[in-house]
Design a protein. Structure first.
Lengths: 275, 300
């Protein structure tokens, strides 16, 4: 019996390890290429450790590819501002839907849930025309403002605030804080775990979004990294050393966030799964 | 209904409610509900973008045109093929990985972190890495050739190109559903497995007769999310083919076709909008059929 469980365990470890290798190889292979000179990559060897280790690929994309630092800035700016607005606005909306009573509340809540079901392709074309009329094509606001709220996270914040202890707010009211003071100074700081889970997902969706910047940003200097990387690849198809270095720079921020916030991350995931 | 009189504090609370919701109401109206109405209007018009944008009402022309549009039919066929292959494979792979991870082995957390990496990574980065590995003399062919397996022209063979995207996306998406399964697995009470032990069930029987049935609601969720996601395939097709959907239309998806009509031509936006609405209806129908099927299954 004991021997049988050992064999079973071994088999499970074999499955887990082989899938881990399948997952890791593309990343490790790309990382190793980002430190190789181009001729070594094109020679087609299968060595993971570079024969000639170099930082030149990274130095080149930052110094000689004038647009790359700009794309990095655009991505950071859009993702950070977009996330900040989402955190404030989704929480405000979730709080009002959970705590305050006013006419039309139910209709609004149902509308927000219904919007979750509409595929983005339906609104993509009209949004382009609206942004064109507003003169917001090729602008940061064109990318940020339409995405400054998120129905999924309004719903999540509503669930969070429904379970939030009322006496905390009552105590704040006795201390003379108004509704807005209570919300921003007392309630929001106590919502940190929910905000962290939300921040990770919203940041990632701005950071990784390809379609919206592809449509909205027509000027190369306004591209975000995904669109820039794609444009770079079609112009310099054989410079895999630079493309891999750029890909690694692009992946690093998300990786850092994931490692530091892993705990909140799983919370956010399981919430999405429970629905 | 008799008109209710509001007290002063009720009025104030209502006002606060609207202030808290004002950014949401603004965005909903201008960038979601407005555009949905606008899209319905566009679907029945011909849009001319050059100079001043003009709209001409054309009735159902955009919808009848789809039937004769060869590329639309190709796009629909490619997309349907993609959905039918990818959804079951990624769901089963996610379930198997989750069950293996949940077996209570040491190092579960490390494996979980590794598995999740592709889901975090941007589609653009994944496409770059895979396009490079898929090259005729690239990593994947070198490995296949090295162990004596056939090699393929992953990117430029019309029979293979869509499959190359499938492989990449199953690899990238399965871990997302794995985490959802994992959360559900941890909620299954041990007592059920202990009862199965007493009946003399082995590991595979326990998986099949205890785990799988209990996870049915999660599977339903994973399949519906999978259907919605796969029907909207765009980024990978666009980048792999440089926006064309090639080689030989083999990676042309419905959303890529909508994009091409809307943004690569000057007068096809109305038709593109009608295709987008048709796609939304197809997704909704597929979701409802899936729901119905999984309900019927529960009966027996």
């Amino acid at each position: 019996m004991k021997k049988q469980t050992n064999i079973a365990k071994l088999l499970l470890y074999a499955i887990l390890t082989s899938y881990a290798i399948v997952t890791l190889i593309p990343f490790v292979w790309a990382l190793s290429a980002s430190f190789k000179p181009l001729n070594e990559i094109l020679a087609g060897g299968l060595n993971f450790i570079p024969q000639e280790f170099t930082f030149n690929n990274y130095i080149t994309i930052f110094t000689e590819q004038a647009l790359f630092p700009r794309w990095l800035f655009n991505s950071v700016f859009v993702a950070v501002v977009g996330t900040a607005l989402n955190l404030v606005f989704n929480s405000m909306a979730g709080y009002a839907l959970a705590r305050l009573s006013f006419p039309g509340k139910k209709t609004l809540f149902i509308t927000i849930l219904a919007v979750l079901m509409i595929p983005a392709q339906v609104t993509m074309i009209p949004n382009f025309l609206i942004l064109k009329e507003l003169g917001w094509l090729n602008s940061y606001q064109g990318l940020i403002i339409p995405g400054m709220i998120n129905a999924t996270f309004i719903f999540m914040m509503r669930q969070f605030f429904i379970n939030f202890p009322r006496d905390v707010e009552e105590a704040a009211a006795i201390d003379g804080l108004g509704r807005f003071g209570t919300f921003f100074r007392i309630v929001m700081p106590m919502a940190k775990p929910a905000l962290a889970a939300q921040a990770i997902f919203v940041f990632m969706s701005f950071w990784n979004n390809f379609m919206a910047p592809l449509i909205i940003m027509t000027d190369a200097s306004m591209y975000t990294l995904p669109v820039g990387l794609n444009a770079f690849q079609s112009d310099y198809a054989t410079y895999w050393n630079y493309i891999m270095a750029a890909s690694m720079v692009f992946t690093l921020p998300v990786l850092v966030i994931y490692i530091f916030f892993n705990r909140f991350f799983l919370k956010g995931m399981s919430f999405r799964g429970d629905k | 209904m008799a008109k209710r009189k509001y007290t002063k504090s009720q009025l104030r609370e209502a006002g606060q409610g609207y202030v808290f919701l004002s950014p949401t109401i603004f965005t909903l109206l201008v960038f979601l509900i407005g555009p949905i109405v606008f899209a319905l209007f566009l679907a029945f018009t011909r849009v001319q973008l050059l100079g001043d944008t003009s709209f001409t009402f054309v009735g159902f022309d955009n919808f009848t045109r789809m039937v004769d549009d060869t590329r639309a039919l190709i796009a629909l066929r490619n997309t349907a093929f993609y959905v039918i292959v990818v959804v079951p494979i990624q769901t089963i792979l996610a379930l198997v990985l989750a069950a293996t991870l949940n077996a209570g082995l040491k190092g579960e957390k490390a494996f979980r972190i590794i598995y999740f990496l592709p889901t975090l990574t941007s589609s653009a980065v994944l496409v770059m890495i895979f396009m490079w590995m898929y090259r005729p003399d690239g990593f994947i062919n070198s490995i296949l050739g090295g162990v004596g397996l056939p090699t393929y022209n992953w990117l430029n063979d019309p029979n293979i190109a869509l499959i190359s995207i499938m492989i990449m996306n199953i690899w990238a998406t399965a871990p997302f559903f794995m985490v959802i399964y994992l959360a559900a697995l941890q909620d299954i009470p041990d007592s059920l497995y202990e009862a199965a032990d007493l009946d003399g069930a082995n590991a595979i029987q326990k998986f099949w007769h205890v785990t799988v049935p209990l996870l049915r609601p999660v599977t339903g969720f994973a399949v519906i999310m999978g259907i919605i996601g796969t029907f909207q395939l765009f980024d990978q097709s666009y980048m792999f083919s440089g926006g064309s959907g090639g080689p030989d239309n083999s990676t042309l998806t419905v959303v890529l076709l909508i994009y091409q009509y809307a943004f690569a031509a000057y007068d096809q936006m109305g038709y593109a909008a009608s295709l987008a609405i048709a796609l939304a209806i197809v997704i909704l129908a597929a979701t409802l059929i899936q729901r119905k099927l999984s309900k019927d299954e529960e009966v027996y």
